[in-house]
Design a protein. Structure first.
Length: 133
């Protein structure tokens, strides 16, 4: 089961870097990613809005390189590095076209063969510093 759960997470990130048309096959209708901004709906629609509208308005050329994964029971930890270009203003931070490299860890909970919940850990100060540089 651990390898199947890791494969599900890999497919999620591949889909997120693509057109998101198959995201409904990977996340539950009640899927909640606890790091997404408030106001997004749960499930596939929230994921689509997050990657297209939220991130897509601030960053371009998003690439996720998975470094390694750990799986136990219904959880998968994914250690990865995201690389993006800062193209849109974020609050008082004006876009300067900086390329940002940010290591992060996502933890996913799987239920009935789909992603049910997610949490992220990343260095927000590093992100803001790179955006301001």
């Amino acid at each position: 089961m651990s390898e199947a759960n890791k494969a599900l997470v890999r497919r999620y990130y591949a889909e997120a870097m693509g057109d998101l048309s198959g995201i409904g096959q990977l996340v539950a209708n009640t899927f909640v990613d606890h790091h997404m901004p408030p106001g997004l709906p749960p499930g596939p629609e929230g994921v689509r809005r997050f990657f297209k509208d939220v991130l897509g308005s601030i960053f371009s050329g998003m690439k996720i390189d998975i470094e390694f994964m750990l799986a136990e029971g219904d959880k998968v930890d994914c250690h990865f590095v995201v690389t993006v270009k800062h193209i849109g203003d974020f609050g008082d931070i004006k876009a300067k076209g900086n390329v940002i490299r940010l290591p992060a860890i996502s933890t996913f909970r799987i239920e009935n063969g789909k992603l049910a919940e997610a949490w992220e850990i990343y260095d927000k100060d590093s992100l803001l510093q790179q955006m301001r540089a």
